[in-house]
Design a protein. Sequence first.
Length: 257
Amino acid sequence: MRLSTILFAMGVLLLFFPILVVVPMSFSADRFLGFPPRTWGLTWYRAYFSDPVWMAATFRSLRIALFASTIATLAGLLSVIGLGRMGPRWRAGLTGLFIAPAIVPNVIIALGVFILALTFGATDSVVTLTLAHAALALPFVVMIVGAAYRQVDPNLERAARVCGAGPVRAFMAATLPPILPAVVAAAIFAFFISFDELVVALFLMGGAETLPVRIWNDLRFEINPTIAAISAFFVVITTIAMAIAELLRLRTQKRLR
């Protein structure tokens, strides 16, 4: 038991070690990255927020992630409803199809999307990248919302239908409220899956850079201390958002028990 605890602690430390290094480095006022920092300040945070190129890449990533997460959440919710009303044989096969993008390596998906976009002349397109990101986020929406949907008593919706409600109204009144926290949690996960995605963006985007692509391009030529500030800033935001998503997911589980 003690050995397993030590191994677990070592694994957690290994995963968090880069963050423990990057966050202090982001507050360095030195010209070059170094650990530990010799001087402290907010120099590189100011450099990030005052640079129009970094800001343009950030807002582009935010817009793409917002639209991609919206598409993935709506498509995932409708998919879960459809899967829940199918027979077991069809449900198992189609569920595997929806989850496939989470299993297939991103580079294979990126290559396939690139070839398809090249065929239709849709490369270097924000719309194409948004749809690709939505496809990558869809499996996580299906898994999170699907787990909550399977715990809802179907008799609640049937009772609403018996009382005269139509299919849409019965779903909105009886089924959606219990699973709504899971839907919100899935949307948060989908947002950050899109926001952090690099490989597909490298294949599809030429001139217009998303934030991960901008970071990648900077790292190819120099180690800019601004990247440490960006990384630390979004690590904090992502951690808070994921914590909220997990709390919502746990809240859904408790409500449906």
